[in-house]
Each structure stands twice: as C-alpha cells, then as structure tokens.
Design a protein around this ligand. Structure first.
Ligand code: GLN
Length: 503
C-alpha cells in the first residue's frame, strides 16, 4: 500500500500546500487502494474517479499559481455517505427504490466540501435509508469490517467508517439519526462525531427522521474530525432547522486538548446504560479510559440520567413515525424505480408495486410501525408518549450538564458482531444504539473516540457535550487520544490487519 494512504488528513493538506506531494498523486494513491481492497471491504457504492482527479488537479493548480488554499483540507480525499446528494453521481441511500437516480443538485455539505478543495472519491455503502446498525440492510450487499471481514462495520454508515479503517480514504462524511456515525466509528476503531443538531445543514440529506438526522465528520484522528467539522458546519438558510450561531471552535479545542491536561474538567459517567450490561471487554476498555481521563487531571463523578432507560423505545416510535411520512415521497412518480408501468396498472397500483419491490424488509417494518404510531386513536398513546419521554431526556441532560462539563459512556455495548448474527432479531440490532440515541433525542453534541481493543476488536468511548458546546468533547477526546497513543504504543488504527490485495 502506498504510504500516502497512511497519512492523516492534516498531514496530506500540509504536504500538498508545501508541494511535497501533489493532490493528484494523493488521490490516485487512494483510488488505487480502493481498486486493491474494496472487493473485500465493499465500502463504496460508487467511485467517482474522473471528477476526483479533476478536483485534485484544481487544487494543484491553485498551489502552483501561489493562490491561498481554499481550506485547511484542500487536496484531501474523502468518502461521502450515499445519503447526501452530489450532482452527476448516483444517490441510492442503499435502496433499490433509488437505484440509478441522479440528483440534479449538491447537498449543502457536498457544496461546502467542494468549495473547501476536498476531493470527493465516491459514495459509501449504508443501511437502506440509514435504518440499521450493520450495513446488512443495504440493498447492494453488506460492507465488511477491515478488522475482521466476517464482522459488521457498524451502521448505518458502515461504508464511511470502513473506508477509513481500510485506508481507502482519510476522511468521510456520515449521518447520525440514532448513532450511525458514532457506532460505526466505535467498531472500526475510528473517530465519529455527531455535531449539535441544526449546526450542519440537512439540505440535500435524504430525510429519514428529520428531527434527529445530522451529518458529521468521520476520521482517523480527533484533529482531522475537527478540521472537517469546521468545513461542513455553519448556518444554511436552505435548511429551516439550521441554527444561526457561530460554529463551535472545535479545531482550537482539538489542538488545545492535544497539548494540555484535563485539570478542572468535570466528567460524568452515566450510570444507567451499564444496568443493561456491556460486554466484558467493552466494560474493561471503558473503565481503563475513564482512569486515563482521571490521570489527565479530570474530575470523575457518577451521574444518573434516569430517563435514558426509555430512550430506545421512544426512538423506535419517533424515528419510524417521521420515516413513514418522509418516505411517502418514493411514490414511483418522482424518483427512481417504477414497477408495473405497462399500461395495465393504475397509478395507485404502480405506486404499490414499486414500493413493494423497491423497499427492503427493515424499511417496510419502520413505515408500518410509524404509520401505526401516528394513526388516529393511537397517536397519543405512542407518538405522544414518546415525545414526552424526549422532553424528560432533555431535562436529564440539562440536570447532568449543570453538574459536569461532559458525559461519557461506551459508544456501543458490544464490539463488532458477526455478519448475519442479528439479522433475524431486530431488537438485538436496535440495542447497538442504546448509548447513542439519547443525544439524538436531545439534540446535543456527541462523539466516539477509539479507546482500546477487546479480543482484538476496537472499542469506542462516547463523549457527550451540551448543545453548541461541541468543542468540549473535542478537547477531552484529543487529550485522551494523545495519552492513549503514548500508553498503548501508537494509534490503534495501525493494528488493522493487512487486507488481501486484488491484482
Ligand atoms: N441504528 C439506528 C436505526 O436503525 C440508527 C440509525 C441512524 O443513526 N441512521 O435507526
């Protein structure tokens, strides 16, 4: 493998700016790596070779002409989750219903990446419409975890995180509705961040659950995630839920964390999740990480958030309810697939045949569940109660953040499970998001940082911050990352086994 694919994003950008390497060379090295290993990993649904090289060339032209870099990530390759639109490339959302559909416009996130000189390599695999925790719900086959190809890379954004762990890209974009950035980050040994809801535009992000969906950065280091965060975040009038506030200073916080200790920082350990039981190796790695935070000077306290126990059931009413409404737009008329349009069927029949053929089992399950939860007579009992729980969870966070600066927990209760192990049991699959869902329901910031291995598989620590205080998590994560690397002989990601290369 080319050494260029081992570099962090910050290093790549510095070397490109200093003319030590060209953006085209860096991009070609990653395209070669994708050609060599993606047959085994299947992180990508679409590789955008020509345009990636053209975007890299444009960065090199800027450097040659002495023009200032478009951003601190100019010339860095990135993998984009296939739920964000990008003009001229397919956007499938992992679904047959959108196979071959090409959006006529760029998502705001895509546009910001392009304007920053980031090189978009292609679109990554995901659970259909971002519903799942393993990418096994992709209509185009699962992605495999580079740490162990028989295991899942998490979901729904497993393609984005697997691309990082396979050194196919140094940066990726994910989206997180209930944990789809953080849980894949945890099980692939990479960093994944869900920014505060409303700080990254949802324009051009195909909606699953609009009140929960949030795009965010995926990277192999905390600093790289912060650099990407600042490229994609910011107010957007095209998204009515976008917050018109300054982007939290996450890059400065990541740099500060990497130089300092954590004296004066109060860290709360959430007691509720543990009641449900973490896998032994996860509990051990997390406990060691908390000790590391203490050694860095942080004050550690236990914090009870009693309503967090209700987060999972509330999420599985709210998210399907919103999905049942959002996915109504896939009606065989406006986008993608159309089945039975042979003159012999009515418009309604075409719609129904198309949805029956185009949606997978999990998507249908959610649409039915959501339609039921919203139906007259059940609305108050289900959707209404879930919304009340949501308020209780927000109050728990408010009370917790009155006592501590950040909250921590394992990101997910287990390490990467085997492909096929949970496909027959939706409840077991849903439990992967036990610890991540509260932050989606409350809208606050949360990230996952690698915190060790259990039986050779990565474990993630989740760090939760109050809304619009995303920088707190970055500071703690960066300080922890540095200390852990020093204590454990370098970054964990260097221990991903070599993948077999195609010739
Ligand atoms: N795994 C959760 C679900 O299936 C979360 C998915 C997500 O964050 N997009 O809904």
């Amino acid at each position: 493998m080319s050494e260029l694919t081992r570099l962090d994003a910050a290093d790549i950008a510095a070397k490109v700016a200093a003319k030590e390497v060209s953006a085209v060379e860096v991009t070609q090295a990653h395209l070669d790596r994708i050609a060599a290993v993606d047959h085994a990993v299947h992180a990508f649904l679409h590789v955008d070779t020509d345009r990636a090289l053209a975007a890299a060339k444009a960065v090199d032209d800027d450097v040659a002409a002495g023009r200032p870099a478009a951003s601190p990530l100019a010339g860095v390759p990135l993998a984009l989750k296939d739920v964000l639109t990008m003009q001229g490339a397919p956007t499938t959302c992992g679904s047959k219903v959108l196979e071959h559909w090409q959006p006529p416009y760029d998502a705001t996130v895509t546009q910001r990446l392009r304007a920053a000189g980031v090189v978009i390599l292609g679109k990554t695999n995901m659970d259909e419409f971002a519903m799942g925790s393993s990418t096994e719900n992709s209509a185009f086959g699962p992605t495999r975890n580079p740490w162990d190809l028989d295991r899942i890379p998490g979901g729904s954004g497993g393609g984005s995180s697997a691309a990082l762990a396979a050194f196919e890209a140094p940066l990726a974009i994910g989206t997180d509705t209930g944990g789809s950035i953080r849980q894949p980050g945890a099980v692939t040994g990479t960093v994944g961040v869900k920014p505060t809801y409303g700080t990254v535009s949802r324009f051009g992000l195909v909606a699953f659950s609009s009140s929960l969906d949030q795009a965010g950065p995926c990277a192999r280091t905390v600093l790289d995630a912060a650099l990407l965060h600042e490229v994609i975040a910011g107010h957007d009038p095209l998204d009515s839920t976008s917050i018109d506030a300054p982007v939290p200073p996450v890059v400065a916080a990541a740099r500060e964390g990497a130089t300092g200790d954590l004296k004066g920082v109060k860290v709360g350990v959430v007691t509720e999740f543990a009641g449900d039981g973490y896998e032994h190796g996860v509990a051990e790695a997390f406990a060691a990480a908390v000790e590391q935070l203490r050694a860095l000077g942080a004050e550690i306290v236990e914090v009870s958030c009693p309503s967090f126990d209700l987060a999972l059931p509330a999420y599985y009413l709210i998210a399907p309810s919103e999905a049942s409404s959002n996915l109504a737009r896939f009606d065989a008329m406006r986008y993608g697939l159309r089945v039975g349009d042979d003159g012999g069927h009515s418009a309604e029949e075409v719609m129904s045949l198309t949805r029956a053929a185009g949606f997978g089992a999990e998507v249908k399950r959610r649409i039915m569940l959501g339609t039921y939860a919203l139906s007259a007579g059940y609305y108050d009992a289900y959707y209404g109660s879930a919304q009340k729980v949501r308020t209780l969870i927000m109050r728990d966070f408010d009370a917790a953040f009155a006592q501590v600066d950040v909250l921590v927990s394992p990101t997910t209760p287990t390490t990467a499970f085997k492909i096929g192990e949970r496909t027959a049991d939706p409840m077991a699959m849903y439990r992967a998001d036990l610890c991540t869902i509260p932050s989606n329901l409350a809208g606050n910031a949360a990230l996952s940082v690698p915190c060790g291995l259990a039986d050779g598989l990565p474990v993630g620590m989740q760090i939760m911050s109050p809304a619009l205080q995303d920088q707190r998590g970055y500071r703690v994560a960066a300080a922890y990352e540095l200390a852990r690397n020093a204590a454990q002989g370098g970054p964990l990601i260097n221990r991903v086994p070599e993948l077999e290369v195609a010739h």
